[in-house]
Design a protein around this ligand. Sequence first.
Ligand code: C5P
Length: 306
Amino acid sequence: MTTLIRTSAPAKVNLVFEVGAIQADGYHPVNSLFLALNLREELTLAAGDTGSGISIYVHGDTLPDRHIQAVPTDDTNLVYKVAHALAAHHGLATPDLQLDIHKRIPVAGGMAGGSSDAAAMLVALNEFFFQENGISKLSTDELARLGASLGSDIPFCLYGGLAIGTNRGEQIQELPDLQFESNWLLCISSQGLSTPLVFHRFDELDLFHEFSDLSALQINSSEELANLMTNDLEPATFSLMPALTGLKSKLEELGALKAMVSGSGPTVAALFESRGRCEDVARLLNSEGIFALTSTGPSAGARLEA
Ligand code: C5P
């Protein structure tokens, strides 16, 4: 019987993104409050032909074509890297695999699209090794430790929900889920932004400050959520893409409780009280040629699908 394993993993927004001064290893310490969104990548894994290596087919019907075309299908893709890491962890050669990725998260948009694929791959391959080789499955904590060195957002994509991320963003402290659904409008820029470039501009602007204590936060409504949203990288992203400043103001004028660059951007995430208003504004922006999606949070971490 051919093993066919389906998994999915969420996008993230950083509700709070505090960034410290660059360290000797080239990374910046961060203090982040992550929320997983119901904008989920879907990955299907099947055994490949002997000697074929890992082949990836990427498709999607909700994003402009460039997001599908921009996904690398060679060994620079994070899914390859995590597959090699998990196989090596078990002392195995990387198996021949066929992957199908249904892409919904924008590429280079500050929403952890690549990390979400990697998290979905870790869960899929964990199951594959269990079914094919009888190897006990690693726990989420163990998968997160494996993924952490390959991409700072991979651990959060494994846990999902609401969580604090520290160090590079890869050290996750899970928080109780929000008890309400939050409505998000995501404005996807026509160009991506490289994360290292945004951090580099952040260094030039010299903007870092003290971190706040996120562990005792009580968030009971979208309004409370809006009041705590901050992103230290936003001025750096705005300086690289000045047009986003106007987009943020426009979203707030159109009724968003708060609009903010997501992570390093350039996606601008706007929080709305009402789902209806959120969808109306998405329609309006799309009619003006600004590509916008809606989603909700929280969402579960990477998981097996039936
Ligand atoms: O770990 P990840 O692949 O997401 O990081 C991509 C790049 O973003 C790093 O090479 C680094 O330049 C920058 N980065 C950083 N500080 C972080 C996370 C990422 O400077 N906390």
